[in-house]
Design a protein around this ligand. Structure first.
Ligand SMILES: [Zn+2]
Length: 434
């Protein structure tokens, strides 16, 4: 069923949101003021619960159940689960029943943020929500408490205007997206009814993100033989033995970058081939200049675009390490071990022709007066859990700067536009009832 709304119906909603932008700013500030680094989401979720409660939406807390998650093929133990467990880390969910006869929609946003360190670099209080000339500053202002505020405010706008949707609406604010989203969006997909589409207003400068990259972590462990530095030739230096392995993985990184292109992620020419970066993130070896280190550990992140499977990527890495080890006498006798740990996400991609993508596109173009571009695919995104589960899901949200860095900020104009887009998508997709 297709619902055609009149210009006036959009206008009263977009006007309401523009006229009440102060409320949207205050809501974003209130969320920014409650620190919620992954693992510590409870306090801000209590606040969101009370906000939705005041709107008579009947929110619920939903704690992840690790035993249910363990059976899922995409399960991995996130760093914050290993550190904090899931006991005190609820998702907040709410169901708003439609009048009937429309398509259902899930509006989803993560409420965790990354650490604000190094604090001394900030010119603003990361938990202050300062506003200066149309810009709101703070950790999570852009990624993505601003987007969460837009969801809540768009729903509020429709309710205040007495606009009733036909399709059912699911709202959710989730935990640990920054850490892989396992206890958040993945868990909710295992226990919540499926919707016909989902929208996540992560900061995207009102472009439409359709795809995400696969992301995995692996660790290479090399063993040597400890010895006093004065008699180092009696030992085997595990850190030195890591050098050919590091070089071989760097060669693999370069050859993959040359070979693999993924146009959706390459809207910025500097991103050409970068979807498949193999990053050496951690090097750990030795504890004392006077000792030959007997253990060296390398930790890497590898990304890849839709089109390659997890197994193919793992095989390339394992063969590269094995080949490099065979060329060294010590390493061929004492082959390095590879452990895959943490992040283990598959890529996803949605077609531009998908009808939900088109609904979002039409609303962005109506609100911004320009055609949005399609992006995606350079990192993992929570939308993948919806798409793997058969629900079209799109990322489209405000304009943010320096996310994950100091002085993170979000443009207030773009928050207003995002809330207007979300309201329009709700009306178009779910339909408007009597
Ligand atoms: Zn985010």
């Amino acid at each position: 069923m297709v619902y055609v709304l009149s210009k006036n119906e959009y206008k009263q909603v977009t006007d309401y949101i523009a006229e009440n932008r102060d409320q949207l700013v205050r809501l974003t500030q209130d969320l920014v003021k409650v620190p919620s680094v992954s693992g510590h989401e409870n306090e801000v979720q209590q606040l969101i619960h009370s906000i939705l409660d005041e709107m008579d939406i009947d929110p619920q807390f939903c704690l992840p159940d690790i035993e249910v998650l363990r059976n899922h093929p995409d399960f991995f133990e996130t760093t914050s689960f290993v550190k904090h467990g899931y006991e005190d880390r609820p998702n907040v969910i709410a169901d708003i029943k439609g009048a009937g006869g429309g398509r259902s929609l899930c509006l989803s946003g993560h409420i965790d943020v990354v650490s604000p360190e190094p604090l001394r670099k900030w010119n603003y209080d990361p938990w202050g929500g300062d506003v200066e000339e149309n810009v709101l500053y703070g950790r999570g202002a852009g990624d993505m408490k601003g987007g969460v505020a837009c969801i809540i405010f768009a729903v509020k706008a429709l309710r205040s205007l007495g606009i009733k949707l036909r399709g059912d609406l699911q709202l959710e604010t989730t935990i640990e997206e920054e850490d892989g989203g396992v206890g958040g969006v993945l868990y909710l997909r295992t226990v919540r009814p499926k919707t016909d589409a989902a929208l996540i207003p992560e900061p995207s400068a009102l472009t439409i993100s359709l795809a995400s990259a696969g992301v995995m972590y692996f660790r290479v462990k090399l063993l040597g033989v400890p010895a006093h530095a004065a008699t180092a030739h009696f030992g085997v230096n595990a850190a030195q033995k890591a050098v050919p392995i590091i070089e071989a993985l760097e060669d693999l990184h370069k050859s993959r970058q040359e070979r693999i292109s993924y146009p959706t992620a390459e809207h910025d020419p500097r991103m050409k081939g970068r979807v498949t970066t193999i990053n050496l993130g951690v090097v750990r070896a030795g504890d004392w200049p006077s000792t030959v280190p007997a253990l060296c550990e390398l930790e890497y992140r590898i990304g890849w675009p839709p089109g390659e499977t997890r197994e193919e990527v793992m095989q390339q890495v394992e063969e590269t390490v094995a080949d490099a080890a065979r060329a060294d006498d010590w390493l061929s006798e004492n082959p390095p071990e590879i452990e895959w740990f943490g992040w283990k996400s598959r890529p996803h991609e949605l077609s531009k022709d998908d009808s939900f993508v088109q609904t979002v596109r039409e609303n962005v173009s109506r609100v911004t007066d320009s055609e949005p571009s399609y992006i995606g695919g350079s990192s993992g995104l929570d939308t993948r859990y919806f798409v793997h589960n058969g629900t079209p899901a799109v990322t489209c949200g405000p304009y943010a700067e320096r996310i994950h860095s100091y002085d993170e900020s979000v443009s207030i104009d773009s928050l207003v536009k995002t809330a207007q887009v979300i309201a329009g998508v709700m009306m178009d997709w779910c339909g408007v009832g009597e």
